[in-house]
Design a protein around this ligand. Sequence first.
Ligand code: AMP
Length: 577
Amino acid sequence: MKFKELAVYFQRLESTPKRLEMTDILAELFKKAAHDKKVNIEEIIYLSQGHLLPSFKNIEFQMSEKLLQKSIVLATDKPGKLVEDMFQKIGDYGKVVQNLSDIDSKNLSIADVYKKLTELSGFFGSGVVAKKTEYLGILLKSTTPLEAKYIVRIIMGKLRLGVGDPTHLDSLSFAYNGDKSLRKPLERAYNLCCDLGLVAKILFSEGIKRIEDFEVIVGCPIRMALAARLAGASEIIEKIGTCAVEAKYDGFRCQVHKIGNEIQVYSRNLENTTHMFPEIKEGTLVQIKNKNVIYEGEAIAYDPRTGECLPFQTTVQRKRKHGIESMRKQFPLKLFVFDMLYADVDITNKSYEQRREVMASVIGKGNVLEVSPARIVKTPQELENIFEESLLDGREGIVAKRLDGTYKAGGRNFNWIKLKSSYSGELNDTIDCVIVGYYFGKGLRASLGLGSLLTCVYDKKDEIFKTIAKIGSGLTDAELVKFRKMLETVKVKTKPAKVDSILEPDVWVEPKYVIEVQADEITRSPVHTCGKVHDKDPGYALRFPRTVDKIREDKDAEDATTVNEIINLFNMQGRKK
Ligand code: AMP
């Protein structure tokens, strides 16, 4: 199959906002690919996700805009000034190269382009800059304008087809079975390995039975289980009965894989963060004797003089690429281990109680890993007492866990229920919002370049971001400047296709950054699209929204709070004590 054909599929996908149409187009592509013996279906899957490998493998092209510009000049023989000016006007190097190139096809296959892109991503060492520029220039010289557009976008990490994982999964099911009926087992397998290319390869080469029997693979991150919310202690006991209660630690979640002597640490959004936390690697090797293990916990920085746990704003400083050793001395980490998923065998289908038992026997003595204490409670009062104790200990709240609950990869259900400290308003939890645009503001704020943020939550069903709040409060001047800089890197000329908004900010940005937002309550509002069904109906909005200086770097845009969660929280408000 030629890359030219793939580019046409990409163009068809890009030109429709309709999910069903996207599903049909992708299913047609997968079916065709599965019947072509020369095609590796994994390559098509990764490319259509905008990568070369599953995203947890962190492959980056490391090509700056300057380098890319040079490659486009080389490929099109057009002056640098023209390339630059056109980019300033349309804001997308993909379209720039498409407009300027007039090359006839060299008929490269998908495998050819995939191989060349893999080579490009692997260049390093002396002279790497010139090498990359030239290599990409030559590649772009041998592709049609449409192919060049998508190659450039993949390199920039901005493929922007508007197709999310759910559509990919539905399409695989349609391609294999002609209907949506395989979505569930495919999704389960995907949640267990986070590698859609692998799932597709197994489906088409070994059949659906192998997908239905899919097990955890040590070394492939498991999409993390999430906690649901309820209004209070009584609701929790009513829902899950006698349960285990653990403190809710406010650090960052780590999923640790031990494969013999090799350790990998994954963040909440499945980024490989192993190099950032050397003590987790060392602690795991010292405290765990089993050969192959996967466990999860919350990492928190502590004061080495007093042993006291430090707040999130300090802990988060440990998420860095440089200066790791000195930071480690200043703010060492402790890892509160709260779940075990694999201990030489897959135990995700065992109950919470059974997994805790395994955990207690696997985690040995040491200074880094500490099993998160859990207490069994039968009544709302007992739960309330532990909740209060937790807050006094400086924790965020508690997580109640269903005793017979299995580990549901990627699921937010009532196996885990979080309860956080409440503040003045009706809403006893923060909301994770995605920034989709900003306003310049007035006076001093205008001089800082940013006055307020337009934010969204995620509509999982329609794979679209819906607005919920315009936020101006809670941001210090320094933060306004920081946000402005951060958002500058993702600003776009027009409203992103994946955003549904009535409001029109001064600047639109790609949905990427997630921030934690506090609000007094959720209200109905005609100006926001969250939960809006018909144009004349009101949507949902946050009342008195303010940021709490917490950028959720561990969350991707699609991990933000969902529209359904907002509707549940709205319905819960009246029932709170
Ligand atoms: P939230 O991020 O507010 O949805 O809360 C869920 C998060 O709480 C999880 O993703 C974990 O990172 C964190 N957490 C802290 N302590 C625990 C615990 N004992 N059990 C499970 N999750 C915990």
